[in-house]
Design a protein around this ligand. Structure first.
Ligand code: ADP
Length: 432
């Protein structure tokens, strides 16, 4: 490319010629004319040199600028690194240019749809804050951050961060806040539920103490014995609750520590059934064990596996119909797992409750659960134990027929076996 704007070099040459002729005519001295010509040529040479190196534009091809200059000249949006950069961000990210979405990563397209590329940002995200900060003349020049609800799922909440890139351009980052908020809500609910569960028996105990302090009622032997027995029941309920809460927090604390003991699931099932029978658990004799004693050992925490067996057998005995068997089966489940199934013949659980059964304090029938000494934490504990053992939990139930709770636990990997023969760990979210 050549640019033609002005001709200082040409002018200089003409001035040199005219000057030389004038000196020759006026002085008639060839020396003086030669000196004038030389000075003129020198000036032309200097002029030419600065045109080449100093950027004076003349009848010359434009010289290459320093190496970095062309990169700066390329539009930001045409730079290939921009796509790679926003694609590297895990959350939805996009660039708005003059009020339209000019670049967007895959997470954005998955959230808002492919059609948003090139679209007016006000149509892509219909929210007053977007108009205020991203569109038109009102687009700000300061970074802003705000909470938005309603992008994606109706109740999904997002943090929207806008950082200006230039006067007409902004980069926008969307961070999903739903999980964090749900976690915070769960923590608050948990504390409220735990306090409520403890406060109820505590209030009962305090009421009975007050009554017994009354001279007349306290001296009546029959009343005193009845009240003391109720108080003992309430105190034991509180103790069970505190025990379950402690178990839950211990299991959670060990969440990322792999259990290391070799555990014989069949032996533990037999032991748990005996403990239940010895401790006078109602219907313990209804437990019917069908165990494949040839099952491989699992790698686990025997205390936690005993607790899992205890909670599931107790539930099946509690919620099964009196006089019906509770079938406890342990068998191999393919090459890489052992399966425990505990089936009762009870009222069953309606499908809408199934996904919530492992939440802390969730009960299908609260008064029935409390009447049976339940804390509402049994299945939450089971779920956490299964997760720590990298197993899977499944609850099948038919209303009016009964419930089967199955736990699949992975058998340990043999480090000597060739890779293709090694059983895989049952990693993943427990299935219910
Ligand atoms: P709980 O201490 O109340 O038994 P769990 O966490 O063990 O608490 O169980 C939660 C709820 O799930 C129970 O309150 C009960 O409603 C229901 N449930 C658990 N196991 C069974 C079962 N085998 N049959 C019917 N319902 C069950």
């Amino acid at each position: 490319m050549s640019v033609r704007i002005l001709g200082p070099v040409t002018l200089c040459v003409i001035a040199t010629l005219v000057g030389t002729l004038f000196v020759l005519v006026s002085t008639e001295s060839t020396y003086a004319a030669a000196a004038c010509g030389l000075v003129g040529l020198l000036a032309t040479a200097v002029m030419y040199d600065s045109a080449v190196h100093g950027g004076i534009r003349g009848d010359l091809p434009v010289m290459s600028p320093p190496p970095m200059a062309p990169d700066y000249a390329v539009d930001l949006l045409d730079r290939p690194e921009i796509d790679a950069l926003i694609e590297a961000l895990p959350q939805p990210a996009f660039i708005v240019s003059a009020g339209c979405i000019a670049r967007a990563n895959r997470a954005t397209l998955a959230l808002l749809g492919r059609h948003v590329l090139g679209q007016d940002v006000r149509l892509a995200i219909r929210h007053p804050a977007v108009t205020q900060h991203l569109a038109g003349d009102s687009a700000g020049t300061e970074p802003v951050s705000m909470e938005l609800v309603g992008i994606g799922a109706a109740d999904q909440s997002w943090e929207l961060r806008i950082a200006p890139l230039s006067e007409q351009r902004q980069i926008v980052l969307l961070t999903d806040q739903s999980a964090r908020q749900a976690e915070a809500r769960m923590r608050v609910d948990f504390v409220a539920n735990a306090s409520h569960e403890l406060r109820t028996p505590l209030a009962g105990i305090l009421g009975f103490i007050e009554t017994l302090n009354d001279r007349e009622a306290g001296n009546d032997v029959a009343t005193r014995e009845r009240f003391l027995s109720i108080m003992e029941g309430e105190a034991r309920r509180m103790q069970r609750l505190v025990d379950d809460l402690m178990s839950l927090s211990r299991i959670e604390a060990d969440k990322f520590r792999q259990p290391e003991q070799s555990v014989d699931l069949c032996a533990l099932a037999q032991e748990t059934a005996e403990v239940l029978a010895r401790s006078g658990t109602p219907r313990a004799h209804d437990l019917a064990l069908d165990l494949d004693l040839g099952c491989p050992l699992i790698r686990g925490d025997s205390g936690q596996i005993s607790q899992l067996l205890h909670n599931l057998m107790s539930n099946a005995l509690k919620y099964g119909r009196p006089g019906t068997p509770v079938a406890v089966t342990i068998q191999r489940d393919g090459e890489d797992a052992v399966r425990l199934a505990i089936a009762d013949e009870g009222d069953g659980i309606a499908p809408e409750h199934l996904p919530r059964l492992t939440e802390r304090f969730y009960r299908v029938d609260s008064s029935r659960s409390r009447a049976m000494g339940g804390t509402g934490l049994g299945l939450a504990i089971v779920k956490h134990i299964v997760e720590r053992h990298r197993g899977r939990l499944r609850i099948d139930s038919v209303v009016g027929r009964g419930t089967t709770v199955s736990v699949m636990l992975p058998v340990p990997v043999d480090p000597e076996a060739p890779a293709e023969q090694r059983p895989r760990a049952l990693v993943g979210t427990p299935v219910i």
